[in-house]
Design a protein around this ligand. Structure first.
Ligand code: XCC
Ligand code: SF4
Length: 632
């Protein structure tokens, strides 16, 4: 079903990643629209929405506040710009925290099933990590077998979501003591994940919380529940179930798709599904089946964060990040795209209809009209994974051979830098890193995270900021779609040390690591928190004192809002490269970019220009070094 392309995309200009432009051009030839085309059709986008000034929270509305003050300054209920903007932001944080934490809940359920011996297809892989988490949470591990420990841990973690009472979240035991004090003083210690998210919805209902300060403080509380418990749990339990990542070589970009293989893409976020698909697809049985259908075998590639999960642990090649999901289908060479949840554009079904690709949804909470729905269930994981992989293989003969175009670009990357792996590279202690920071060989550390957004040039800010920082001897770590962008640009290959400043280069060469470290998926931003916490504690300071910063250059999702907020709440200076919808309230903008620093030690900084942003981030790092009395 080719569509009429009303607005053409300047394909050569919209992406910094090789292979993207040729596929956008192919899309237009094939009569297929992409997110870039739909963004053009959306112009001009609603200015009230951009400023955060529209409210639909009750049916006396929708209400809009006139940003110039000549029209209405209050909604029907009397809510003004400050209230409306803060409420809208709080709802974004709630949705983001919900997505991360509900993902964690799904992993926790499988973990519990394994602990109880109910799930034969999953097992406890990293028992060390299991024990260390249990002990941190006050569960004694003495004289207990691993399943017993896991059962007790599962029970505590289950409580994180909805435990009654006002006791703090148990996972906060992973946070530095100095942070806890700061949060206590600010009154933002989270009690239970679901409770904080639920309270966001309550507070933003018509006629509840109207004070922007109080609303935003609850946003901070909710984000802490995400970062230090929900996302943290997803990371820990995925490591316990599937193994803690270690440095591993893999390839990145659309060129990882193979002309004469059955190509399967795993897309979404939860490793419970993707790991199984990879395992089953690589089995002798499925490889043989593929040969029966005329292919040389089965090739699985990742997309977005679940791609990061299998990249980091299994070395599965990654085909691209968020804005490349449609392009993968447009190659005409993908037999099936298997998805769970988050960041799956409903559009992939429309795009798939123009080729032969089957879109297979697997989650009860994420159906897409037009997709094949095969519900995944951990109890029958292997059987269901086989059924899904078989559909892909049987679809191989339907590939439209005359319309296949796989860009040839792919590049080697080293991924898998969990905190444990970084420590190992350092020889088991933080000392060498601390010394390098202290004497100025490395100036600082920046975590870059987040999505793609067609409003800005695809992957351009991601790689520009990273390059600008490493050249100034700043070590860059990161997750999510940033890490895929960096990998596709070669920044995670050992050769990238040539782009680093002399100090960072020396350190990377000694440790045999690239200057940009892939720390995982969106939920693995929790790894960055752990790393910063450990550094701060080792130095006897608090996170805001560290020469460190965060950046989300091309963010778009509500999850990114939650991540940005918990970075700030954790004391990190956090850059946003796409303006958030808060500019309709000077007060809210000022709280987020100035006042919040006095409360939690971190703050937001908004700058669309990646070169300027990198300069400012670097200057902030230098300021922090000055305060520590370290050489500049
Ligand atoms: Fe989604 Fe995690 Fe954003 Fe990428 S980075 S677009 S949220 S896949 Ni987390
Ligand atoms: Fe309008 Fe107030 Fe209702 Fe929002 S809550 S739609 S501002 S009346």
């Amino acid at each position: 079903m080719a569509e009429y392309i009303k607005y053409r995309v300047p394909a050569r200009g919209v992406s910094a990643t090789k292979g993207v432009a040729e596929l956008i051009e192919k899309a237009e030839e094939d009569g297929v629209k992409t997110a870039w085309h739909r963004l053009l059709e959306q112009q001009p986008q609603c200015a009230f929405g951009q400023l955060g000034l529209c409210c639909r929270n009750c049916n006396m509305g929708p209400c809009r506040i006139d940003p110039f003050g000549s029209g209405p300054t209050k909604g029907v209920c009397g809510a003004g710009a400050d209230t409306i903007v803060a409420r809208n932001l709080l709802r974004m944080i709630a949705a983001g925290a919900a997505a991360h934490s509900d993902h964690a809940r799904d992993v926790a359920e499988v973990f519990k099933g394994v602990a109880e011996g109910r799930l034969q297809y999953y097992r406890l892989t990293d028992v060390e990590k299991l024990k260390s988490l249990a002990e941190t949470l006050g569960i004694s591990t003495e004289n207990k077998d691993e399943h017993e420990i896991a059962r007790e841990l599962a029970e505590v973690l289950e409580g994180e979501f909805g435990k009654p009472g006002d006791e703090p979240l148990r996972m906060l035991a992973l946070a530095p003591k100095k942070r806890i004090k700061v949060w206590e003083k600010a009154g933002v210690i989270p009690r239970a994940i679901d409770r904080e998210i639920c309270e966001c919805m309550h507070r933003t209902h018509i006629g509840v919380d109207a004070d922007p300060v109080s609303l935003l403080l609850h946003g901070i509380r909710t984000s802490i529940a995400d970062g230090w418990s929900g996302s943290m749990m997803a990371t820990y339990l995925s490591d316990i179930l599937f193994g803690t990542p270690k440095p591993i070589k893999a390839e990145a970009n659309l060129g990882v798709l193979k002309e004469d293989y059955v190509n399967i893409i795993v897309h979404g976020h939860n490793p419970i599904l993707s790991t199984k698909i990879v395992e089953v697809a690589m089995s002798e049985e499925m490889q043989e089946l593929a040969k029966k259908y005329g292919a040389k075998g089965v090739n699985v590639a990742g997309m977005c964060c679940t791609g990061n999960e299998v990249l980091m642990r299994l070395g599965v090649p990654i085909a691209g990040n968020f804005l490349m999901q449609e392009l993968a289908v447009i190659t005409g060479a993908v037999e099936a795209i298997i998805v769970d949840y988050q960041c799956i554009m409903p559009a992939i079904v429309d795009v798939a209809q123009c080729y032969h690709t089957k879109v297979i949804t697997t989650e009860p909470k994420a159906h897409i009209p037009g997709a094949i729905h095969i519900e995944f269930n951990a109890e029958k994981a292997d059987e269901i994974a086989k059924e899904i992989v078989r559909i892909a293989i049987e679809n191989y003969p339907n590939r439209p051979r005359d319309r296949v175009h796989i860009p040839k670009h792919k590049i080697e990357a080293i991924a898998g830098f969990s905190v444990e792996a970084i420590l190992e590279a350092l020889g088991g202690t933080l000392e060498p890193l601390i010394n390098a920071l202290r004497d100025g060989t490395i100036k600082g550390i920046v975590g870059i995270v987040g999505c793609n957004n067609p409003k800005v040039r695809h992957n351009h800010s991601h790689v520009t900021i990273a390059k600008e920082l490493i050249k100034r001897d700043v070590l860059v770590v990161g997750t999510g779609c940033w890490s895929i962008a960096a990998a596709m640009d070669g920044l995670m290959s050992p050769k990238a040390v040539d782009l680093a400043g002399p100090g960072l280069k020396k350190v990377c060469e000694t440790l045999n690591i690239p200057p940009c470290l892939h720390m995982g998926s969106c939920v693995d931003c929790s790894r960055i928190l752990i790393a910063l916490g450990a550094l701060a504690e080792a130095l006897g300071v608090d996170i805001p004192d560290l020469p460190a910063a965060g950046s989300a250059p091309e963010w778009m999702s509500e999850k990114a809002v939650s991540i940005g907020t918990y970075f700030v709440a954790s004391g990190v200076f956090t850059h946003l490269g796409v303006v958030p919808p808060v500019m309709g309230s000077q007060k809210v903008a000022k709280i987020l970019t100035e006042d919040v620093e006095d409360i939690v030690g971190g703050k937001f900084y908004v700058e669309p220009d990646p070169v300027k942003a990198a300069e400012t981030i670097y200057n902030v790092i230098i300021e922090k070094r000055k305060k520590l009395g370290w050489p500049l």
